[in-house]
Design a protein around this ligand. Structure first.
Ligand SMILES: [Zn+2]
Length: 189
């Protein structure tokens, strides 16, 4: 019983962190609007901005997962799902799930719910803390290089700080505009 209570507290803690993490992901997007990135975005139709994409995807994922669990609870207890607006009600969704956590954690889906909420928190924290997984951008653009291009993030940074290939080519942020044009040419050829 004690371990079950601890488990439930852990889920409650994960849920409580999600509204702030959801906001922090938004700020991670905003911080990307450095001049180099802005120019890249204007210049190219294909957006080589993997961390922006990741932040948007994490937010969408948080919203989707919480909403689907809230819908399940709402159906069982005969209440409406709070916050009908997408992206506008993460606090309302988590409060609703916390209010019905006893029921959720006694249900057959308890383990799945706990794992999904923990995964949401982990993914959002990795993004916000700048340790998001590397993002692959396809093959290296250097002639006769068969490496794979990857965007990486330095510890403590919320945005990508280096793009390089696994054979040793690398491009600092000031060269991303040029690099994005080369990626685009490669994809067009
Ligand atoms: Zn290379």
């Amino acid at each position: 019983m004690a371990s079950k209570a601890l488990h439930q507290n852990a889920v409650k803690d994960d849920l409580a962190k999600l509204p702030a993490l959801y906001e922090d992901c938004f700020h991670a997007i905003s911080r990307r609007r450095s001049p180099a990135i802005f120019m890249t975005r204007v210049r190219t139709s294909r957006n080589p901005d993997p961390f922006n994409d990741e932040a948007i995807e994490v937010r969408r994922h948080i919203d989707d997962v919480l909403r689907s669990w809230a819908a399940l609870v709402a159906e069982r207890v005969g209440l409406p799902v709070p916050g009908p607006d997408r992206g506008a009600g993460i606090g309302g969704l988590t409060a609703f799930l916390v209010a019905h956590l006893d029921w959720l954690m006694r249900s057959a889906a308890a383990t799945e719910f706990a794992e999904e909420v923990a995964a949401l928190r982990g993914r959002a924290e990795r993004l916000v803390n700048g340790t998001a997984p590397a993002h692959h951008l396809g093959e290296c653009v250097e002639a006769s290089c068969d490496g794979r291009l990857t965007a990486r993030t330095a510890p403590g940074r919320a945005v990508a700080s280096q793009i390089g290939c696994d054979r040793g080519h690398s491009w600092p942020p000031r060269e991303w505009l040029l690099l994005s044009a080369r990626i685009e040419r490669r994809e067009a050829s």
